[in-house]
Design a binder for this molecule. Structure first.
Ligand SMILES: NC(=O)c1ccc[n+]([C@@H]2O[C@H](COP(=O)([O-])OP(=O)(O)OC[C@H]3O[C@@H](n4cnc5c(N)ncnc54)[C@H](OP(=O)(O)O)[C@@H]3O)[C@@H](O)[C@H]2O)c1
Length: 438
């Protein structure tokens, strides 16, 4: 297969050059550099010379590489048909492939390779006010096109609406590229009141069956209990999900908001792919015990609340409508919000010095915490294409040591006012029982 790709691409390259130098510059400047190198360049014409496929392997990127080569092979084969319409489509898809390949990759668990920024879909089902399905679907597709591959949902987001929406947005051709993470087990009353957690083994095939139906897929990439069920040993919950892995309905097992001891117990039953937990400039408890434990065991971290539910963006403003959705969050409550917004303003200065927004600085800070180990994904909650565009650019923002020092001084750990959840919800968090305070 390798040989055919190389020949195909060699003939593709001069033609692409005829279409204008930009696409070719992308080809040469992007990750393809590892497979192809420029041999000669005169004006717009650059000839690519294939390297041996194994010439510069990058650990953790094998799956993405295989996908890229396979898709380029298809593009090269189609290109030889010499049909203008098809060629234009190929140019578009090669450009989008290259943006996929340009996003930094992170590895969760042993081998789940995903873009460093992930997409959190809760806001597409009313978590922060009214949402519009059409806009959400556009946001979702923009995210995939831009190289975001980790997609997070839960069966309770919008009481199933979120999974149904993802089922509509996720095209069959994109299914393999997406890593769909689903949380299960959170129970609510008909009126939306919180009713606890169900992590019982006999409930899991039932939850999963409904999720698969709504998502329109026959497997979930990462399946995780939304919270630890206090009356069911984690071994039993994970053991039941492991049976779903054996049957092919689930590919990997994740956890959410659990402490170090639970992580160890779960991992002893079945390898855990990632722990999803709040981690941001405002929420740094995980640094004490949870993150080191994950690193010791080779488990990834999918950080949520990276933007502190929209506050760490510098654009959030209080409004009467918003009070219904964020009003229950202590950090947005009167008495705390003033302190927290003042912290955001301190970040604005640093962001401006890097020609970035506060949101981008906050995302880049989380990504910087995982740069060495390549094990942290910054999950960004977004329901508008514009939020995706900013998040994708943030993935390319490399903070220097000086930037990180300035950020630390502007928002020292523990400076935020208020807990991250109201007391009743905080009480459901196993992570809070074993972690520090902020
Ligand atoms: N495991 C868990 O327990 C758990 C708990 C909560 C959330 N999560 C997951 O994590 C995801 C994100 O977490 P989160 O809900 O805490 O939210 P977040 O990412 O901290 O904040 C989301 C909010 O920020 C806004 N936003 C995004 N980019 C922006 C930008 N560039 N400028 C201005 N505003 C911007 C979004 O607006 P728009 O919607 O208008 O784009 C949304 O209102 C959720 O969707 C969910 O998948 C998991």
């Amino acid at each position: 297969m390798g040989h055919r790709v190389e020949r195909g691409i060699e003939s593709l390259a001069p033609d692409l050059a005829d279409q204008g130098g930009e696409v070719l510059q992308l080809l040469v400047g992007g990750r393809l550099r590892r497979h192809f190198e420029p041999r000669a360049s005169t004006g717009h014409r650059t000839v690519l010379s294939p390297q041996r496929p194994s010439s510069s392997p990058v650990p953790g990127n094998d799956r993405a590489d295989r996908l890229l080569r396979q898709e380029l092979e298809e593009a090269a084969t189609l290109w030889t048909r010499n049909d203008q319409g098809v060629r234009l489509q190929i140019l578009t898809s090669v450009t989008s492939l290259l943006s996929v390949s340009r996003m930094e990759q992170r590895t969760l668990g042993a081998d789940v390779c995903v873009g460093a920024v992930g997409l959190g879909c809760a806001g597409m089902s009313g978590a922060y006010g009214r949402s519009a399905d059409e806009q959400s679907i556009a946001t979702f597709r923009n995210a995939l096109d831009a190289g975001i591959t980790f997609i997070d949902t839960a069966d309770h987001y919008g009481m199933g609406h979120n999974e149904t929406l993802i089922g509509q947005a996720l095209r069959p051709a994109d299914r393999d590229r997406a890593v769909v993470s689903v949380k299960f087990g959170a129970l609510f009353g008909v009126d939306g009141s919180v009713r606890g957690i169900n992590g019982r083994p006999d409930a899991i095939p039932n939850f999963l069956g409904y999720s698969l139906q709504r998502l329109g897929t026959d497997y979930v990439d990462i399946y995780r209990p939304a919270r630890l069920d206090p009356v069911v040993p984690i071994e039993e919950t994970v053991g039941a999900v492991a049976e779903m892995v054996q049957k092919g309905y689930v590919r990997g097992i994740g956890l959410s908001e659990v402490g170090a001891e639970t992580i160890r117990r779960a991992h002893a039953v079945h390898p855990i792919t990632d722990v999803q937990i709040e981690y941001s400039l405002f929420s740094r408890d995980v640094e004490d015990e949870i993150l080191p434990t994950c690193r010791e065991l080779g488990i990834g971290v999918t950080a949520y609340g990276v933007l502190a539910q929209g506050m760490l963006t510098g654009t959030w403003r209080p409004s009467a409508g918003d009070a219904r959705h964020r009003g229950h969050l202590p950090r947005f409550a009167a008495g705390n919000i003033e302190t927290n917004l003042a912290l955001v303003e301190r970040l604005r200065e640093i962001a401006t010095s890097r020609s970035a927004t506060v949101a981008q600085l906050a995302i880049a800070w989380v990504l910087a915490q995982g740069r060495v180990h390549r094990d942290i994904v910054a999950l960004v909650g977004a329901s508008r294409p514009r939020s995706i565009a900013e998040a994708v650019d943030a993935a390319g923002l490399r903070l220097t040591e000086d930037d990180l020092d300035a950020i630390e001084q502007a928002v020292p750990r523990g400076a935020v006012a208020g807990e991250r959840y109201a007391p009743a919800l905080l009480a459901l968090l196993d992570s809070e029982r074993t972690g520090g305070r902020r």
